[in-house]
Design a protein around this ligand. Sequence first.
Ligand SMILES: *Cc1c(COP(=O)(O)O)cnc(C)c1O
Length: 638
Amino acid sequence: MAKNSPLRWDVDDSRELYNIRNWGAGYFDVSPQGEVIIYPFGQGKGPSLSIPEVIRGMRERGYDMPVLLRVENILDSQLNLLHDSFRKAIKGLGYKGKYRGVFPIKVNQQQQVVENIAEFGERYHHGLEVGSKAELIAAISQLRSAEACLICNGYKDEEFIDLGLHALRMGFNCFFVMEMPGELDVILERARTLGVRPLLGVRAKLSMKAGGHWTDSGGDRSTFGLTAAQIVDVVDALREHAMLDCLRLLHYHLGSQVSNIRAIRTAVMEATRIYVGLVQEGADMGYLDLGGGLAVDYDGSHTNFASSRNYSIDEYCTDVVETIVNILDEAEIAHPHIITESGRATVAYYSVLLFNILDVSRIELTALPEKLPEEAPEPLHNLQEALRGLSLRNLQEGYNDAVYYRDEIRQLFLTGQVSLRERTLAERYFWAIVRRIAQEKTKLKHIPKDLLEIDHSLADIYYGNFSVFQSLPDSWAIDQLFPIMPVHRLEEEPTCQAILSDITCDSDGRIDKFIDPQGVKHTLALHPLKDGEEYYLGVFLVGAYQETLGDFHNLLGDTNVVSISVEEDGSYHFVRELRGDSVADILTYVEYDPRRILEDLRERAEKAVRSGKISPSERYRIMSAFEDGLRGYTYFER
Ligand SMILES: *Cc1c(COP(=O)(O)O)cnc(C)c1O
């Protein structure tokens, strides 16, 4: 418990419990008042602002929870950090090429995100990476710097290629990265027809593969990229067409969230060797594109665990540049410009999902009767005895008995030999035993595995006003961990152990895995609700991949999105506000026509008037309620 005094909980204890200083990367901390605060310019740099205060501002402006809060300065700061780190590494190691980052649009395609990147990235010539025609068109419309790179990955049809060639003519550094051998012929044909000499790249399929959820893009069995033999074929074909000078870039992508620096170094090494080979073959080259993979330390453990990373951004940059320098200097080959396609690390930090808790359900401990009636079923007597006989020496045995007799009661209930009330009483004994075991087991040195899971079964369920499917799809689909914590009351000890449930009626709409420096926690410590007071939680680092992967489970729509921008003096303003979907919006997505719906409802109401079920003035009130309902937010409104 508390470090300073064993009795008083303070904000330091909350900092430690939620590990905020480790995953917060300097952007998030707890104030002395017990509120989560944001440092938009990074720790120790500039002002901070309190999340509960921002929530008050949003409420005053009529924005209901849930809200996705974006702090634009954090994106700006992350871009600074990336470019600064590369600049330091390049300078320190005497590297002759430049660093050119690009943002892969698929990581967050929202217009305001891409616009922010184009704006903040302009001074660094930060570019964009696209994988489809739609993304290419979006990129061309947003990109500002003429020196920035525009990288086209993905399978490209004629139309895609034409768009890219037009972009090149307009002055964009638009590269076509070949993902499969067949693309070359189409590119050459379109380039000839349009009279443009293209900038070409090849995507190499590396032989190494990084582990983890997101990292299936590497390795021999990867579906993307060319093998060494196919790359050589491309070189031969280009030479034949006298276009080898168009081959300018080598690309690879290991996969996302590469948590081990060793995998990153090995990949750079292999790719640099291929680069050397291409230069020796006579290609012009000049660009080495290392793809994405720069990981985010979601749990703050600084390890190679899947939701972490065992390196800093500085180490990443130094390792990359050093590896390239060493190989190229030995081969006496000029240093290329380095491109990385960091998506996750660029945008994850700048969005926070905020929601309120609507209700809590917990297993209540109710008083048990002194004496059971004689005629009570046998297993019920056994449960009572198990509770009485429980001691530190027989916890496992007591647990086995409790489960056994409870199951027996359930069986008897099924065959009609136990009444509903008797069954309920048995369940109460069962939970009394489990709760006692949970308390006692903390005194054991070695806790049996069965008993470790007890806390999880006793956890309170906190119902949050959000949808996992809409706002945290990776939590549902691939069990990704995000840091989650209350954004206020942190000067108080959180005395409840909880799991979270969303408001979809799907049993998968829950979160029961939480970050822990030692692995994964199955419950989250939260505060008891207070009457008449909202309790707000934040899910942090959700800026990457979560927004457009989400779906409309139970027709819960897009949440409100509020972007704020903070000035050097700490004042801030709401720069962009995006209303979440209304009920009418979401019905439209599944092909309903809200006007038709209203007509149908009016007709049904009129029928009810005609048959005398409601009066005409009741019809008016009912129809007004439906109209309001269609305009309303899809989430729970107070
Ligand atoms: C998804 C993707 C990225 C982004 O990877 P992060 O790990 O988010 O940085 C980069 N390049 C390509 C080709 C991708 O498919």
